[in-house]
Design a binder for this molecule. Structure first.
Ligand code: MIC
Ligand code: SF4
Length: 646
């Protein structure tokens, strides 16, 4: 039986288990990446493991999420990360060098390798043929220490691309079309493999736009073949020797195949407030736009920025539009600066922003009240921009420029302009001087801990009886942005007690105070939720801070993969209702009791909850491997790894 690409890479990295979908496997990790917002915790945890030097082939620490430095906190974090990298053998990409996923694709990603990153958009690396997976910082810390990464052996869905994109339709429209079909729900435990003749019509950065937003589907990762296009990209990055061919066998089997004819696609946008709320741009045309932002790890490559520059050349941004452009990396910025395209962007009236995540994570550029903001990034969750009433439409660079020029949503095909053909450069501008190499004499490096750097909080042992209250009840599709807001709160990422004050801030501002009061009174807190709980980011703070507030269990209809793993790592029980409707009567404030937890987890047997308020017993389920149950019983991952050698 022929092998697909996913199975080939998993097979060559398998260290535990069998490649049977649905079962737990462990794979060896070749490369890791972290970013500043998740990195400080990841490295504090790495330090706590006592491993003297990373054991991966390559580990890179990026500073890209929060570079606003409004106060000492950010700068403290950056300096801590720099000194840790120097000491433990990690490369350090300084603030200004670019967004982790874009830079990693350009300078480090290798076909056939595995990459684990403490950021949910790590699958961007799938564009270059690597198996790139997002995880919580603690899982990445373990991988840096040489430990394997555990995951559910996936089902593999093939997206069979045929034909060629028409002018004004681009990679973003491809992934929006996939999101329209597969939605953000129900794809946990799946990987997507792109194949078919259409693949060779897409450049590596275009492929990366598509794999990047696989995160929004909730799949574990997405991967493209490594072919001649990949080789040319690597050659242009002066890394030709790192190319290997990676294609599926002719008779490879898949759990499901979806056909997508690129030639039939039209420009699309994701409407507020979910990336799978898709409409064609034509349907939305005419809506007045207040802000347009181009950038983020989804659409900020040389190709994207050149397209923007050519369309803007000799034209002016609409007077009522605030238009921002953030190139994805210093390489992109430097290339458009040297070839004059940047000047065209500036002359047109754009605000040129640093090569960072910035606006995408709500670190700056919050739009005005009730604004319509058209953005090229990947998430449009309510409030993520920093303005709760803003409405974000996710779009391709083509559709974004059309909105910036006309002041309203406009199908770019109606601009009446010639479509710019962007050639991939034969050689990219290469200067890695902002990626610092680790110290030759690590023993001489002192780790710099400013006052913003706290100790990672230890998980408390799992109680045998959870006795307390439903501290909050929430609905479906609760994202990690709801649980643990980023934006202006990002600077508290290294200070758990302070950051915990903002848990569920946008949902119930009193939550944190109430939960802490319960905890201090010895009352356990639980969260009751709907389906797809924990969608979105990999931020483990959405588990650490609730842990700090005394949350012992989350009972939901279903969980997203990374968040469920983070809950387990921090000793919070992820439970589901045996009967879908059982959660309905379990209201906020109800008093509950779950008993016999340790014995049940040890035996893998059933648990139930007694609702003392309604006097009803509710059967509960969990989908946990033996290893995960052991982690919970040990009181979280750090306690668990301490009892074993990594
Ligand atoms: C995001 O896009 O939400 C982030 C910010 O990149 C997160 C990581 C974080 O919260 O630090 C992610 O996607 O994992
Ligand atoms: Fe950064 Fe946005 Fe990409 Fe997250 S999604 S890594 S915040 S650019």
């Amino acid at each position: 039986m022929g092998k697909n690409i996913v199975i080939k890479i998993l097979g060559s990295h398998l260290v535990e288990g069998n490649l049977e979908p649905g079962t737990e496997i462990a794979i060896r990790i070749d490369q890791t990446l972290t970013q500043d917002a998740t990195g400080t915790m990841a490295y504090l945890q790495f330090e706590a493991m006592g491993v003297p030097r990373v054991r991966t082939e390559l580990s890179v620490s990026y500073v890209d999420h929060n570079t606003l430095q409004d106060g000492f906190e950010n700068a403290d974090d950056h300096r801590y990360l720099q000194s840790v990298a120097a000491k433990f053998g990690i490369r350090y990409s300084k603030a200004g060098n670019g967004i982790c996923h874009q830079v990693h694709l350009e300078r480090f990603g290798r076909p056939g390798r595995t990459l684990l990153g403490s950021d949910s958009h790590t699958p961007t690396g799938g564009g270059i043929g690597m198996l790139a997976i997002g995880a919580g910082g603690l899982d990445v810390a373990v991988a840096m220490g040489g430990g394997p990464f555990y995951l559910t052996c996936p089902k593999v869905v093939k997206v069979n691309l045929t034909g060629r994109l028409k002018p004004w339709v681009s990679a973003k429209d491809v992934i929006l079309a996939v999101l329209e079909r597969l939605t953000t729900k129900g794809n946990v435990g799946t990987m997507i493999e792109y194949g078919g003749d259409g693949v060779r019509t897409l450049s590596v950065p275009e492929r990366a736009t598509i794999t990047n937003m696989g995160a929004e589907l909730g799949v574990t990762t997405s991967v493209f073949p490594s072919d001649e296009i990949t080789r040319q990209f690597l050659e242009a990055q002066k890394r030709a020797e790192q190319w290997v061919e990676l294609i599926a066998d002719a008779d490879a089997v898949y759990d499901r195949t979806i056909d997508l004819d690129l030639g039939t696609l039209v420009p699309r946008m994701a409407k507020p407030h979910s990336p799978d709320n898709i409409a064609t741009v034509k349907e939305l045309a005419g809506l007045k736009v207040d802000q347009v932002m181009v950038g983020s790890c989804t659409n900020s490559s040389y190709r994207d920025l050149m397209l923007v520059a050519i369309l803007l050349k000799g034209r002016r941004v609409h007077r009522d539009v605030s238009f921002g452009v953030a190139p994805g990396s210093r390489q992109v910025l430097e290339m458009i600066a040297r070839n004059g395209a940047l000047a065209d962007i500036i002359t047109a009236g754009a605000r040129v922003l640093e090569s960072t995540c910035g606006f995408c994570i709500g670190a700056g550029q919050a739009p005005k009240t009730d604004a319509v903001s058209v953005r090229t990034n990947n998430r449009n969750f309510e409030g993520r921009t920093g303005t709760k009433s803003a409405k974000v439409y996710l779009a391709s660079p083509e559709s974004a420029v059309a909105a910036a020029l006309t002041g309203m949503i406009t199908d770019p095909r109606d601009l009446g302009l010639p479509y710019p053909a962007i050639e991939m450069p034969a050689e990219f501008w290469i200067d890695d001087s902002m990626v610092l190499r680790p110290a030759d004499k690590p023993e001489q490096v002192t780790i710099e801990r400013g006052p913003n750097i706290g100790a990672p909080p230890a998980a408390e042992p799992l109680p045998d009886i959870i006795k307390g209250v439903v501290a909050i009840k929430v609905g479906d599709k609760i994202t990690t942005d709801h649980i643990m807001p980023a934006g202006s709160r990002l600077k508290y990422r290294s200070n758990i007690p302070r950051y915990a004050e903002f848990v569920f801030e946008g949902v119930d501002p009193q939550f944190s105070k109430r939960a802490l009061e319960n905890k201090n009174a010895g009352i356990h807190n639980i969260v009751v939720a709907g389906s797809s709980y924990g969608q979105g980011s990999s931020r483990e703070h959405a588990a650490i801070c609730p842990m700090y507030l005394g949350i012992k269990a989350v009972i939901a209809r279903s969980f997203e993969r990374i968040h469920a793993a983070n809950l387990i790592n921090f000793g919070i029980l992820p439970l589901t209702f045996a009967n879908e409707t059982d959660g309905d009567a379990l209201g906020g404030g109800n008093e509950i009791e779950i008993t016999g937890i340790k014995a049940a987890l040890t035996a893998g047997s059933e648990l139930s909850l007694f609702d003392r308020t309604t006097k009803k017993r509710i059967p509960l389920m969990y989908s946990l491997s033996t290893r995960q149950r052991d982690i919970l019983l040990a009181g979280g991952m750090l306690n668990y790894t301490r009892t074993r050698s990594v």
